[in-house]
Design a protein around this ligand. Structure first.
Ligand code: SAH
Length: 471
């Protein structure tokens, strides 16, 4: 694993002062997960390149760990790709430069110099586009080489391993801060435990750039491994730094007292919304429609995600749309926010071109409000006509009703529910959609898993299907 940083600044060897590493020497450092070596393959009057080579020891990573050893632990990509370990190596080996210190040439630290970075293998499961979205807003020219198309050999697999070259005129300390934060953001197998101090680290290394970055929420969520409270804390701080006032949050009004009595205890609404936001983030969705948006509780959360460019709420009920407009304070939102959101009166029974081109559609607790014979029309509208890359469907899991004393056997959670499905029924329905319309569905549990007093596993209160369109 190699990180090379070159400059054509005059004299190019200044980079040796900035990095505190002499261009004529090879230096090696012991790290917790292997060794790091710094050397300069080219250094002349025109150009100087410093390489940080990371020699990760995959056996050493496993040594001393408890539990079963699997082949994966020994044979993995860690020695070959830029991972969260590279960020640690940057902090340990180039720590002084990262902090912006240089005692011999203090003026150099704040001088923007022409820099080029090469990372020959950088994993990015979300695809090449995310690399551009992360680095270009910071002023880098980004050039990407696609390495491997996949891990399974299936032609439908998206490329996920890239070589990247970045070029910009910046201070070296800024460049190292960007790499320190963004390389772990791209790594889905981060090796570190995320605790409270990770928020402070993110704030420290993101100072001066992260608050204004259009993908700041995605960056904070991924860097903090989707630890919701930590990510919320970070995002709040970033918004404040950016001079944005947080959107007021009022209490959720219950749709049905019975549903409230049962579900609110677990704040299932919030858990569903958190899961939906995290799935949208992971898939890099930009244009989202909330089908059957009701009073707009989810829309309000979506609006707080700056990386969502367009948010459409659609519902068949005029009254609900009015309440959604109120809840979002649509008339009082700044124009920039107002342009991002649109409320549409419509029906899932009919094809609607106003929603063409969305990346993602959400049906949160909607299907159970429709008569079962009408689902087929909705399926065609969503999965055949609109056919977004991502569809998220959540619905009650009727097996869990046994856990609620307030529900008599066989009754449903809400007076307007036309049906409630067991996990098997929901999965059979979802799988039939996949085979008819070319999607792959992954199932999630939302809320606590339950077991009845006689030991029966009843799953979680809400079940969710995440449908991804086959390419
Ligand atoms: N998604 C919201 C609301 C769920 S309640 C939430 O999670 O809080 C179900 C919503 O679906 C209601 O607002 C209802 O008006 C809407 N709905 C029901 N049938 C519909 C249809 N055919 N087309 C569009 N919306 C519909």
């Amino acid at each position: 694993m190699l990180l090379s940083i070159s400059t054509t600044h005059h004299p190019p060897s200044d980079i040796g002062y900035l990095l505190h590493k002499h261009p004529d020497r090879v230096q090696s450092f012991d790290l917790a997960f292997g060794k790091a070596h710094v050397f300069y393959p080219d250094s002349d009057n025109e150009r100087c390149t410093a390489c940080l080579m990371l020699d990760v020891d995959p056996i050493g990573l496993v040594r001393g760990k408890r539990g079963e050893r699997t082949l994966d632990q020994y044979v993995n990509d860690r020695p070959y790709v830029a991972s969260s370990m590279l960020a640690v190596a940057i902090a340990q080996v180039y720590g002084t430069a990262l902090a912006g210190n240089c005692k011999d040439h203090p003026a150099l630290v704040s001088t923007a110099i022409p820099l080029e970075v090469r990372i020959p293998s950088l994993p990015c499961a979300s695809g090449e586009e995310l690399l551009h979205r992360l680095f270009e807003p910071l002023g880098y020219r980004v050039s990407v080489t696609v390495h491997s198309s996949n891990t399974t050999g299936e032609p439908s697999d998206k490329p996920s391993l890239f070589g990247i070259e970045l070029a910009a005129t910046k201070t070296l300390s800024d460049l190292l801060s960007h790499l320190y934060v963004l390389i772990p953001v791209l790594d889905n197998e981060k090796h570190y435990y995320v605790g409270d101090d990770e928020v402070a680290k993110l704030m420290r290394h993101g100072e001066g750039w992260l608050a204004q970055h259009p993908e700041r929420e995605l960056i904070a969520n991924r860097y903090l491994k989707y630890r919701r409270t930590l990510a919320d804390d970070a995002i709040k701080q970033l918004r404040e730094q950016d001079g944005e006032s947080p959107i007021a949050i009022d209490s959720d009004s219950p749709d049905d007292p019975r549903e409230e009595a049962t579900e609110n205890k677990l704040s299932l609404h919030q858990q569903r919304h958190h899961e939906i936001l995290s799935v949208l983030q992971t898939h890099g969705a930009r244009k989202v429609v909330d089908l059957g948006c009701g009073e707009g509780k989810l829309l309000r959360e979506l609006l707080k995600q700056p990386n969502l460019e367009k948010i459409i709420g659609m519902d068949v009920s005029h009254r609900s749309l009015e309440m959604a407009a109120d809840r979002l304070r649509l008339d009082r939102l700044p124009p920039r926010m107002q342009q991002r959101v649109e409320l549409l009166h419509g029906s899932l029974m009919y094809r609607d071109q106003r929603m063409d081109g969305v990346d993602a559609a959400v049906l949160c607790e909607v299907i159970e409000h429709m008569d079962q014979p009408r689902l087929e029309a909705m399926e065609k509208v969503v999965f055949w006509s609109m056919k977004p890359e991502l569809v998220i469907v959540s619905t009650p899991n009727s097996e869990y009703n046994a856990m609620w004393e307030s529900l008599t056997a066989g009754s449903m959670r809400h007076k307007d529910h036309r049906f409630e499905w067991t996990r098997e029924q929901f999965q059979a329905w979802a799988n039939s959609i996949c085979s008819r319309f070319g999607y792959t569905c992954e199932f999630r549990n939302i809320g606590e898993l339950g077991t009845t007093s006689d030991g029966r596993d009843v799953g979680s209160p809400t079940q969710m299907g995440v449908f991804v369109r086959d390419s």
